[in-house]
Design a protein around this ligand. Structure first.
Ligand code: GSN
Length: 222
């Protein structure tokens, strides 16, 4: 096993941004996929999940939980969190916005009225979120401080997710499109985007079924 071990489902969910960031930081990681209720209960009874939730990441002798805390730890450790406090708060603002948008997409397979939810996500993306990033990338090649940060990595992840659902959504966002073009030239990212990498596919029925079984929840979620 690598020194970094991810505990999550064999799917994107909240872990996918962590996979992306570790990839860009060029950190090798292994994964233990949660497939059964028993596995989850064992993690809980062993005291490995502070709030009985995943994602959980073993790193540097710790068992970290809470997605944002994990992302911030990796970003700080691998110099992907700006050069000072002011960079950092901007990075966090962009990052939180992107997480809000990705969360809406993440919830799609678990809720009702997919079509109306998709429409709402598309208009929010076009009217609220993408214009912010389009403007920020007028001139600069990275979002903050002229330097690659975790916000850039999340912007790439999020815009690729959007394009999967709404092909052509970036037609009016040429700066973001150019940004994507530059980002995918980064060798680690390029490898991550190839088939067979640790990037997970879009959620399918199996992924949804596993989550329902492990957490014993009823669909649709409210
Ligand atoms: O961002 C975070 O890591 C936490 N604020 C939330 C983590 C979370 O909600 N985890 C879910 C599974 S992943 N999907 O959303 C979870 O472990 N749910 C089980 C439960 O009993 O809450």
């Amino acid at each position: 096993m690598a020194n970094v071990v991810l505990h999550y489902f064999n799917g994107r969910g909240k872990m996918e941004s962590i996979r992306w960031l570790l990839t860009v930081a060029q950190v090798e990681f292994d994964e233990v996929h949660l497939r059964t209720r028993e596995q989850y209960e064992k993690l809980v009874s062993d005291g490995d999940l502070m709030f009985q939730q995943v994602p959980m990441v073993e790193i540097d002798g710790m068992k970290l939980i809470q997605t944002k805390a994990i992302l911030n730890y990796i970003a700080e450790k691998y110099n992907l969190h700006g050069k000072d406090l002011k960079d950092r708060v901007m990075i966090n603002m962009y990052s939180e916005g992107l997480m809000d948008l990705m969360e809406m997409i993440m919830m799609l397979p678990f809720t009702q009225d997919r079509k109306s939810k998709l429409d709402a996500i598309e208009s929010k993306a076009k009217e609220r979120y993408l214009p912010v990033f389009e403007k920020a990338l007028t001139g600069p090649i990275y979002l903050v401080g002229g330097k690659l940060s975790c916000a850039d990595v999340q912007l790439l992840e999020c815009t690729l997710m959007l394009e999967e659902l709404f092909p052509g959504i970036l037609a009016d966002f040429s700066n973001i499109k150019s940004f994507q073009g530059r980002m995918i030239q980064i060798p680690a990212i390029n490898r991550f985007l190839q088939p067979g990498s640790k990037r997970r596919p879009q959620p399918d029925e199996n992924y949804v079924k596993t989550i329902v079984e492990v957490f014993q929840v009823k669909l649709p979620l409210p």
